[in-house]
Design a protein around this ligand. Structure first.
Ligand code: PLP
Length: 456
């Protein structure tokens, strides 16, 4: 028999002070999680209004996924890719590639989003070398953006405060503005704005020298850094056209927007996009296992393999247990109708949030698709004047909602020259209509408290 686990009470009294993450903040110990709810050991219940950081797409505590993982654990929990293939990885790669556009059917498994982005950057670089274009090494990105915490992923993250912290190891890559067309005040139509933002890529490529650029990386629907930013429709085709014109690879980072989050399997599916490389994580493991993938087109992978192989890989790549979880998650997504429910509940949630803007005029720019919905918190909704930084509206909303049992994702954006506070709601994709009502109710109470506290 196993030794008795240490008492959870004792652990609560003596917080795990050897752990450290981003700050000194401590949170209560988690006890269990089911559906859209999480319970802590001190007896509180939370609505997981952001699925963690947009991870728990199929919801917590899914018995079928747990059972599938248990079955795999009885067989093999680890098989090293240089020694053995494994069935869950093979099958998950096959099923994932069926969900990808065009000829993106080469799947490279990793354990998280940063690893997926890191892999995409390294593949793009090796593709350039393998195709006789060794001077192409830059990856243009957008400002603001977030693509991960490892050095390569950080280099393409549009947040100078972050990249400069790690200079000179990390060299910030060239960036173009994210297409925040919803808050532009000009006489252009949305479609004209979409083209204008996309054209900035061409200008940047020309300024850098097309022969030096390997790839452009973007989220089709923005996540952490832009709070569910949806570009105008015209943006996508023009971006593809520019990439083709200059022989540059297009990388779609679907770490947050993928895996049914926005009501279609990929965020880019809303526009029938054809990127060359797609990065995924978060929802494909849905929190049951650390899992990520980089999926690339044959046209990119084959020259690299011909040249002698992809000079990159991780010990846990294609881990059978993680891939068994991924397979079961994919099954459950179908069974539970996650795409359809995300689309329907997303429509409801966006309407509810729009309703809240009447009650709380400091909320503006409600946007998103499916269950990736964001909004800004502003001093003036007409011109998106930011709230004063020292009000810490993002942190206060987060705390006030947390006190009331709701997890929201709230940040003050760096790198867009404005510094807008915003928040995202992105609950598990199995949320019901009643639960949407419950979540919006608690959000409304939290915003009410915020308005009082900050005199908004
Ligand atoms: N890419 C995007 C779009 C993300 O949102 C994130 C994380 O939030 C990452 C990459 C990095 O993923 P991870 O934290 O799993 O390394």
């Amino acid at each position: 028999m196993h030794a008795k686990a240490p008492s959870p009470i004792a652990r609560t009294e003596q917080p795990a002070s050897h752990l450290f993450y981003g700050s000194r903040q401590r949170r209560p110990l988690v006890e269990r999680a089911e559906g859209i709810y999480v319970w802590t050991q001190d007896g509180r219940r939370f609505i997981d209004g952001s699925s963690g950081p947009m991870v728990a797409n199929i919801g917590h505590g899914n018995r079928n996924v747990i059972a599938a993982m248990q079955r795999q654990m009885e067989k093999a929990t680890f098989a090293y890719r240089l020694h053995f293939e494994n069935e869950p990885a093979e099958e998950l790669a096959r099923l994932l590639s069926q969900k990808m556009p065009g000829d993106l059917d080469r799947v490279f498994f990793v354990s998280g989003g940063s690893e997926a982005v890191e892999s995409a950057i390294k593949l793009a670089r090796q593709w350039a070398v393998a195709t006789g274009q060794p001077k192409r090494w830059k990856v243009i990105c957008r400002m603001p953006s977030y693509h991960g915490g490892t050095m390569g992923a950080l280099a393409v993250t549009g947040d100078l405060a972050l990249t400069e912290t790690f200079a000179p190891q990390t060299l910030a890559m060239p960036a173009i503005p994210a297409p925040t067309a919803y808050r532009d005040r000009d006489n252009l139509s949305m479609e004209q704005r979409g083209i204008r933002y996309a054209d900035m890529l061409e200008e940047k490529i020309l300024a850098e020298g097309p022969e030096s650029v390997a790839a452009f990386i973007m989220e089709p629907i923005g996540g952490a850094a832009t709070a569910a930013l949806v570009p105008p429709d015209s943006y996508f085709a023009r971006i593809r056209e520019i990439c083709d014109q200059y022989g540059i690879l297009l990388i779609h980072d679907e770490v947050m927007s993928g895996a049914a989050r926005t009501g279609k399997y990929l965020g880019g599916d809303h526009w029938a996009c054809r990127p060359d490389i797609i990065t995924m994580s978060k929802g494909i493991g849905s929190g049951y296992a650390p899992l990520g993938a980089m999926i690339a087109s044959r046209r990119v992978v084959e020259p690299v393999l011909d040249m002698g192989g992809f000079q990159h890989g991780y010990t846990y790549a294609g881990n059978p247990l993680a891939c068994a979880a991924g397979l079961a998650v994919l099954d459950e997504m179908e069974l539970l109708g996650c795409e359809e429910n995300a689309a329907a509940m997303g429509d409801l949630l966006i309407a509810e949030l729009q309703g809240l803007t009447e009650r709380f005029p400091f909320i503006a720019g409600v946007r998103g698709k499916g269950l990736l919905i964001g909004a800004d918190m502003v001093a003036d909704p007409q011109d998106f004047t930011p709230l004063p930084k020292d009000k810490h509206a993002n942190q206060r909303l987060l705390d006030l909602a947390y006190e009331r049992g709701l997890i929201v994702y709230s940040r003050r954006i760096r790198g867009d020259g404005l510094g807008l506070d915003n928040f995202i709601l992105a609950p598990p994709l199995i949320i019901t209509k009643e639960q949407v009502g419950e979540m919006v109710g608690v959000l409304g109470d939290s915003l009410e408290a915020l308005a009082k506290e900050l005199d908004l």
